[in-house]
Design a protein. Structure first.
Length: 160
């Protein structure tokens, strides 16, 4: 049995690649590296503070709940618990969305909540958006978001 083993302190994955060509194994390793780079965030000790506090995140959740953006709340909470990012597949699972569902405009409710906090003077104008799409920077032109990320400072607030 041939295996490819990937490990980090939080996860250990072993995949049986018996009968796979070297090319297919290389594609698997490239896909793993690509996924890792998509959700890579800065180390918590290097985080630049832009104004988010736990209280402001909770206010954003209240604003989102008022606009019935429950999936966005779930996505932000999931991202907080998972280092700051959530994959497209996880968004579909959290929202119980069908395969044909588009995520176009998915961040509009969180953008409105962030702007409302800025407009009220609670959040600085230069604070990061609560939720931003992740795109493959090597692709030019239109593409679907590969996932979404939250400001790392929010992850740090909830990890303390």
């Amino acid at each position: 049995m041939s295996t490819v083993t990937i490990s980090n302190p939080e996860l250990h994955v072993v995949t049986d690649v018996t009968g796979w060509s070297q090319g297919r194994i290389n594609r698997l390793m490239d896909a793993i590296k690509s996924l890792e780079s998509d959700i890579e965030v800065a180390p918590l000790e290097e985080v630049e503070v832009t104004g988010w506090t736990k209280g402001l995140v909770e206010k954003a959740f209240e604003l989102l709940a008022g606009s019935r953006a429950n999936v966005q709340i779930q996505v932000v909470k999931f991202a907080i618990e998972h280092g700051g990012a959530v994959s497209r597949e996880d968004v579909y699972a959290l929202g119980a969305y069908g395969e044909s569902r588009s995520l176009k405009g998915f961040t509009r409710p969180t953008n409105r909540a962030t702007q409302a906090l800025r407009d009220s003077g609670d959040l600085p104008e230069d604070a990061e958006e609560l939720l931003e799409p992740i795109y493959d920077m090597s692709v030019s032109g239109y593409q679907r978001a590969k996932g979404f990320r939250i400001p790392v400072e929010i992850v740090q607030l909830y990890s303390a």
